[in-house]
Design a binder for this molecule. Structure first.
Ligand code: NAP
Length: 267
């Protein structure tokens, strides 16, 4: 019988994950079905329970459920335990294990795909939600220094910074001098992309975890206009975190080469 997987979120209708996993399955010759599961915002537990009771073999978890998923699962892998957020659920006997592949996905995209360096890089993270939580520890392990979290609600940045032993600031008070700036806010398409003062991004490498198929997210466009050295959206991270989830589920690491280009050219 074909094993069933899905991405659960709200909204989830525009998710690219089904296309990405279909490409992985074809390349790895794995017989899987991967769909979309939209749950009511207060209904994660019921929807996840039903999915697995009906034979589902694994879930990816997206907005706004990464923290609900962390509470719902029976155990956590190291990445999920460290981040407090779950983006992948694996069946583990009768239990469900919560994992987090966002950090490894980001690091693979930054280092292997984009060829950026983290070792000794002064690194600023904008945002203090589930995505930021998942990437701070991997960034530190990758060699990032002076890691600072800046968030619209400063108290949340302070709480996260205390947990990961890094610095914090309000969005409006950050200065310049960063090597790598990550936009992990959920501002997405809202606004002009200018979340911080122009000198914050000038001369830095700017990465937007949000993505657009043409690569031109508001943050990427704005950062390029302010003189950023390089900009990238987060489509590569999406593909790499999916590959890490596929490996957890199927025991096979799929080939990710060319998938980003194929998705962008289908826009
Ligand atoms: P989340 O938990 O809802 O966190 C939202 C964060 O964004 C909070 O820090 C919030 O600040 C801030 N924020 C929201 N609207 C803002 C605005 N207009 N201006 C400034 N800050 C704003 O969301 P998340 O799960 O962390 O996701 C964040 C982003 O990462 C999303 O765009 C998501 O699509 C992306 N993401 C991408 C990947 C990938 O594979 N590429 C993986 C994970 C996440 P307050 O605390 O002040 O509300």
């Amino acid at each position: 019988m074909t094993d069933r997987y899905a991405v659960i979120g709200n909204p989830v209708d525009h998710s690219l994950s089904p296309r990405i996993h279909a490409a992985f399955a074809a390349r790895a010759r794995e017989d899987i079905e991967y769909g979309r599961l939209e749950a009511p915002t207060d209904g994660f537990a019921g929807a996840a329970h039903r999915f697995f009771a009906e034979g589902g073999q694994g879930l990816n978890v997206t907005l706004p459920f990464k923290l609900d998923a962390w509470q719902w699962v029976d155990s956590h892998d190291d990445a999920a335990a460290a981040s407090g957020a779950v983006n992948t659920i694996v069946v583990d006997g009768n239990a469900k294990r919560g994992c987090n592949t966002d950090g490894i996905g980001l690091i693979r995209d930054l280092l292997d795909n984009l060829g950026w360096h983290l070792d000794g890089a002064r690194t600023l993270v904008l945002g203090a939600g589930g995505a930021a939580q998942g990437v701070i520890e991997p960034l530190k392990r990758g060699g990032a220094v002076d890691v600072t979290i800046a968030n619209r609600t400063q108290s949340k940045a302070e709480a996260l910074a205390a947990r990961f032993d890094v610095a914090s600031a309000g969005l409006g008070e950050v200065g310049g001098g960063w090597d790598v700036i990550l936009n992990a806010t959920a501002a997405g398409l809202a606004g002009t992309g200018g979340l911080v003062a122009p000198e914050v991004v000038a001369d830095g490498r700017c990465y937007d975890l949000f993505y657009a198929l043409d690569g031109a997210t508001p943050f990427c466009r704005w950062a390029a206009d302010q003189g950023a050295k390089e900009v990238s959206d987060g489509l590569g991270m999406l593909i790499e975190q999916a590959a890490a989830a596929f490996l957890l589920w199927r025991g096979v690491r799929p080939d990710t080469g060319g998938i980003e280009k194929a998705l962008r050219s289908s826009a």
